[in-house]
Design a protein around this ligand. Structure first.
Ligand SMILES: [Zn+2]
Length: 275
């Protein structure tokens, strides 16, 4: 089957679906202009300063910085906070919303991205599971309490040093606050918000059991396989079809549909086949 035929199969799956589960990894943001930290090169291309310092993504995304050197820890996360606030979700997000509206699909989003782009595009907050948390929420570094609060701080960054000019503080004890994101080697991440979202997702799946559920997976690689596992686990249930959109790692067994292209190209291809 060539790609055009696959777009047709995917479009048919959209037409017969009763519910939609969107599963998204880092590749989803690429078409919005966001960097995907694929491999050491990918991270250093996005952040040349860390290459000069010889620090990898795993070395940068480490909770220890917030205790030892908060201006350095916030350099990376402050930069990303600003970037995600400025970024507009690409047209693929609206295509997905259009299908939900025109085909009357109940929809749930499961994403490993911490960028808040689904909320920004107009997906309902209560139907989103952010498995690694969100950069738009903060928690205490210690942590002194299980509190999680919205990040409304302005964080200027010096690009030559990648250090932050302002350090958000815990609203309860005054210690350094950190993003409510699961980092590498992270024992102090507060998972309460994500746990609540996970319960809502489990309920959604239980409510739609036995019905025709379509899973559209985008930009989820094998390096951090959480999102692929979610799609594949759902795909084993009766009545569930998975469309895997991935330019490099698109493989998935029939009757599921594999689209070897980027997220936006894949969604546009399905949209054209629907019309
Ligand atoms: Zn605190």
């Amino acid at each position: 089957m060539d790609l055009q035929d696959r777009f047709k199969s995917a479009a048919m799956a959209v037409q017969k679906a009763q519910a939609l589960v969107i599963t998204a990894g880092a590749g989803m943001g690429v078409d919005s202009g966001l960097p995907d930290f694929r491999g050491e090169r990918g991270f250093w291309n996005a952040y040349p300063m860390y290459e000069r310092l010889g620090i990898s993504f795993a070395g940068t995304a480490n909770p220890a910085h917030f205790e030892r050197d908060p201006a350095f820890g916030w350099g990376f996360y402050g930069h990303r906070t600003n970037l995600y606030r400025e970024t507009l979700p690409h047209a693929g997000f609206s295509l997905l919303l259009d299908w939900c509206a025109s085909f009357g699909l109940d929809c749930f989003v499961v994403t490993s991205n911490v960028d808040g782009q689904f909320q920004k595009a107009g997906f309902a907050e209560e139907n989103i599971l952010e498995v690694h948390g969100s950069i738009h929420y903060l928690q205490c570094t210690k942590p002194c309490s299980p509190a999680i609060w919205e990040n409304s701080e302005t964080i200027p960054i010096d690009f030559t040093t990648m250090r932050a000019g302002h350090i958000p503080k815990c609203v309860h004890c005054g210690s350094t606050a950190r993003p409510n994101i699961l980092m590498f080697g992270d024992w102090s991440w507060i998972s309460d918000r994500t746990d609540r979202q996970e319960r809502a997702f489990d309920e959604f799946v239980a409510d739609h059991r036995g019905r025709s559920i379509l899973v559209i997976e985008m930009g989820a690689g094998t390096a951090i396989p959480t999102i692929r596992h979610t799609s594949e686990q759902l795909g084993r249930q009766k009545g569930v079809t998975v469309i895997r959109i991935n330019p490099r790692e698109g493989q998935i067994a029939s009757p599921h549909v594999s689209l070897s292209c980027g997220a936006l190209e894949g969604l546009r291809g399905i949209s054209d086949a629907l019309h």
